[in-house]
Write a protein that binds this ligand. Sequence first.
Ligand code: SF4
Length: 311
Amino acid sequence: MEDKFKYLFGPVPSRRLGRSLGVDLNPVKVCTENCVFCQIGRTTELTLERREWVPTADVLAEFDRWVAAGGQADHVTLSGSGEPTMHVGFGAVLRHVKQAGPFRTALLSNGSLMWQPEVRRDAAAADVIKVTLSAWDEDSFQRIHRPAPGLSFARLLEGEQALRREFAGRLWVEVMLLPGYNDEPQQVQAIADLVKTLAADAVHLNTTSRPAMAGVRLPPVPEAWLRTVAAAFSPVAEVPAFLERMKSPAEMSDESLFNLLARHPIALTALAASAGMEVVALEQRLAPLVAAGRLVVEDHHGVRMLRARSA
Ligand code: SF4
């Protein structure tokens, strides 16, 4: 049924949103940012301009056709090829969906335009809003998100904080961790401190799961590292269920284990959870390397951290 539509896609199964019907209000690729991790592709129209990027009436007509054909979804979600709040009609779309049936609505936003009161007012029509906060200062914001001129980190943060004050629905914050950009412990802590000011209902830690399309090759941050830093966030961050489980350390060569631990110490429990193995079994696998002094287990505030000892 989705083949016949231009602006709707799915419904796709989503762990958090159930059956989620996507609504795409942006032509490829119009966005306020050009993130290094973007999987849609390089932003060709990088702007803060808000306008009717696609005809609102056509989107609503398509949605009505989907409803009339018996379409069912748990959430109707504004997301897609760019930043949905760039479309001046996104609030009208949200309100229309709510009037059309028992649909819950979600808005997946990068948060970049929330400093504008009218954007926050329209966003408040959603049941769930997810915004992104993956930087901690201007420099990291520029490196990771490569925003349109006129968009500063202070503005982004101020907008997201104002949204939280005004929005009574569920606010989720996504934190994208990228190796070499924002994954060092003190950087993650700085982000976590700012995320706390958003009093989020949930925090989702994420990393790249496919090669980014925006011209930057980025390997994912190891799942075990995400699990290790999840507790720095308030509320404790949720780590996505990775499609591909990491190879069990029981089957990994010593060299692969060292590579995994080369960038960060990782909590023993996190590594065991990521690999789907018991902590005791993991300890047995690592025992010879620990005995040989190549790996070290250290207590860090009551958490046992595993670290590769540099040669
Ligand atoms: S990741 Fe989202 S915000 Fe960033 S460039 Fe891609 S569509 Fe825009």
